[in-house]
Design a protein around this ligand. Structure first.
Ligand code: G6P
Length: 369
């Protein structure tokens, strides 16, 4: 087992550190930034149909659902097609309105999650086009889909998903760009810029991984907290949800993810000197608003752990702890900003003495309802 872990203490840490490679592998053969081309073999025949969709519904569970939420922002921005994101378990049981002209994107690492599988089966019967984003080749969801794009993250052993998530984000960005270019809803310049940005994510993730020791020190400082709040806006809102989920899954600390602006409608009541608030505040179109949210937390003596863009000089003096990540276009930024949150959850889980690869009560793949 020590050999399988490649020198790392846990599969989870090994998989976190594999991400520069798994992101690269998920883009390889598809994106060619030098030539300015994007080839998606598994959706070629459906590209025109996808670009003409009335709407797109993303169905998934768990971490894959968070990837879907980020894709909602990306697809609406680039493709101007309305997107809904559904928990597969809710979607399947409520007799949803779905039919011809609708596209369902099923996101699943395993390709075997029962709720996701049944949700797309019934949508397919009703005439929707199914696009599968799976990590396991030949899995049930992949086989049931009309079209698809695999993530190439390799086998994920850690129960709490890490490298599958960033691979999903990379591939969902490619799918959005493909639909947008087919539809003509993205300018040639923006298309090229995003190809360049995507190509650079792998190196930027490698840079973010160098923060490991610093994140470990922060983990040690806050590991005894009873609750954590995670905040973000826009593309980084689902990143906050994912950070909170990671912490819950492996450290058993109660954590909530929230859109930063929604804090004033509830979670702000919890803020006091004992509450660590992790806030994803990278430089994007929401940045100024997030700065005011940090002021609101500090005014109530909350402890602010801020994930900011390298070079930021505004937030660091306001925060208790700061983690600098490489700058990136907001569309690809979640692939980078989630890295310190994965590391934070990992280190807190380990410091508390838990088996982070096999957290209690959780299964890697949920093939029952
Ligand atoms: C389980 C796993 C999660 C995963 C979710 C969905 O809950 O523990 O890590 O995100 O299932 O799995 P899927 O294979 O469909 O992505």
């Amino acid at each position: 087992a020590a050999i399988e872990k490649g020198g790392y203490d846990h599969f989870m840490l090994k998989e976190i550190f594999e991400q520069p490679q798994t992101i690269f592998d998920s883009l390889r053969g598809r994106l060619d930034a030098k030539k300015g081309t994007l080839t998606m073999g598994g959706i070629r025949e459906y590209a025109e149909m996808l670009s003409k969709a009335n709407r797109i519904i993303i169905v998934a569970c768990g971490t894959s659902w968070h990837a879907g939420l980020i894709a909602e922002y990306v697809i609406e921005e680039l493709c101007r097609i309305p997107v809904e994101v559904e928990y597969a378990s809710e979607f399947r049981y409520r007799n949803p309105v779905v039919g011809p002209g609708d596209v369902i994107i099923a996101v699943s690492q395993s390709g075997e999650t029962a709720d996701t599988l049944v949700a797309i089966e019934s949508a397919k019967e009703k005439g929707a086009i199914i696009l599968g984003i799976c990590n396991v080749v030949g899995s049930s969801i992949a086989r049931l889909s009309h079209a698809g794009a695999y993530t190439h993250a390799g086998p994920e052993i850690g129960v709490a998903s890490t490298k599958a998530f960033t691979a999903q984000l990379a591939v969902l960005c490619l799918v959005a760009l493909k639909i947008a270019s087919e539809k003509g809803s993205v300018s040639a310049q923006r298309f090229q810029h995003l190809l360049d940005e995507l190509e650079q994510t792998s190196d930027k993730v490698a840079t973010a991984l160098k923060l490991d020791d610093q994140v470990k020190a922060i983990a040690d400082k806050y590991k005894d907290a009873r609750d954590f709040l995670y905040l973000g806006r826009g593309y980084n809102f689902p990143v906050a949800l994912e950070g909170a989920l990671k912490l819950k899954e492996i450290s058993y600390i109660h954590a909530e993810g929230y859109p930063a602006a929604e804090m004033k409608h509830g979670p702000i009541a919890l803020v006091d000197e004992n509450l660590p608030v992790v806030i994803v505040a990278t430089k994007d179109s929401y940045y100024e608003k997030v700065v005011s949210n940090i002021q609101e937390i500090k005014a109530r003596k909350g402890k602010v752990i801020a994930i900011v863009t390298e070079g930021d000089q505004t937030i660091p003096p306001m925060a208790d702890d700061v983690i600098f990540v490489p700058s990136a276009d907001e569309i690809v930024a979640p692939i980078i900003s989630v890295i310190p949150l994965q590391l934070l959850a990992y280190h807190i889980g380990v410091l508390k003495g838990f088996d982070v690869d096999k957290p209690r009560n959780l299964a890697k793949s949920v093939t029952v309802e």
